[in-house]
Write a new protein. Structure first.
Length: 325
């Protein structure tokens, strides 16, 4: 279990990291706006608009971090970490909005092309802004994985999407300058808009899966079943294994079937040992066990909690791959 001091240190680190993202967004907005004013490129205008989206997303992420890192209370006894998924979904929606904005501006410029000016200076400023996003984006992704924070990972992915957007725009403007074909600028912008839709959809899909209590990924689920299989025998079985994740915390529940002639103390000690081993698989986990006598047919009535296509171990451990707790 994470101590209160560790929780507070993590909270402060997350706030510090997302504050860096906010500062980077303000800086890149300023730089990309200068690049657009210098060149008149719709591609650079679109790029600047996406940086505005970055700023809004980072501010939302800060609010979510302040909320999700709060300790459990009477109204939220399981904690507030699911707020991470709200942030990721919102950020995915903002990315899609940025793509639509870019496409709208590009179509208008495609219909009415305009010659670019001061291309060299504009590209230099844009590339400098792109470098800022690259450094901060990679930092956010690394920190997000370390802290198991979907909010940081989503913001990092958003910034990396912005990096590729900027690279595409710069290449397009350079080609416009070399070829003199003004319509190439909005065409490149449309291609970039189509490409960043993928990242937005991916973030929204991940957010929805978390909010719908999707089961743990196969690697983690297999680690849990390996613990159970290590104790399973003809007289000890497990079923109704159900898992989900909320932020960095995993939730696992399982029914434990043991001989009916065991004492309450022995059954309790055995179940506690199982819970401890499963918690050892994760950085943070809440584990629930329900003890049942293996000889009683009623103990098997609740196997209907398990979907027929759920995992079945050689010793009878079964799991439900994605129901609500």
């Amino acid at each position: 279990m994470m101590e209160a001091g560790d929780t507070e240190r993590r909270r402060k680190r997350l706030i510090r990291i997302i504050s860096i993202s906010i500062g980077a967004a303000i800086l890149t907005i300023s730089m990309k706006t200068v690049a657009w004013l210098l060149t008149g490129s719709v591609g650079l205008l679109s790029d600047a608009a996406e940086s505005v989206v970055n700023l809004v997303a980072a501010m939302v992420a800060l609010a979510v971090i302040l909320w999700s890192t709060r300790p459990p209370d009477e109204d939220h006894s399981y904690g507030h970490e699911k707020a991470d998924y709200l942030s990721a979904g919102f950020e995915g929606g903002l990315i899609l909005l940025a793509a639509v904005t870019i496409a709208y501006a590009a179509i208008g410029r495609l219909i009415d092309p305009t010659a670019l000016t001061d291309v060299g200076a504009g590209l230099a400023v844009s590339l400098a802004a792109t470098l800022v996003n690259l450094v901060v984006g990679r930092y956010l992704l690394k920190a997000g994985r370390e802290e198991e924070s979907m909010t940081l990972e989503a913001d990092g992915k958003h910034l990396m999407t912005d990096v590729w957007t900027s690279v595409g725009v710069v290449v397009g403007i350079a080609l416009v300058y070399l070829t003199g074909w003004d319509r190439l600028d909005p065409i490149i912008a449309l291609i970039v808009a189509a490409n960043i839709v993928r990242t937005g959809v991916s973030l929204m899909r991940g957010s929805m899966s978390g909010l719908m209590d999707k089961a743990l990924p196969d690697g983690e689920l297999n680690a849990v079943t390996a613990v159970l299989d290590g104790h399973a025998s003809d007289t000890i079985q497990f079923h109704a294994l159900r898992t989900r994740r909320a932020g960095r915390r995993a939730f696992v529940s399982v029914h434990v079937l043991v001989p009916g002639n065991w004492s309450v103390q022995r059954g309790h000690d055995f179940a506690e040992g199982i819970e401890e081993e499963i918690r050892g698989v994760f950085g943070q986990a809440t584990v629930f066990t329900h003890l049942e006598p293996i000889e009683d047919p009623v103990s098997f009535d609740d196997t209907q909690l398990d979907r027929p296509e759920g995992f079945h171990s050689p010793h009878g451990t079964t799991s439900d791959q994605g129901v609500d707790q």
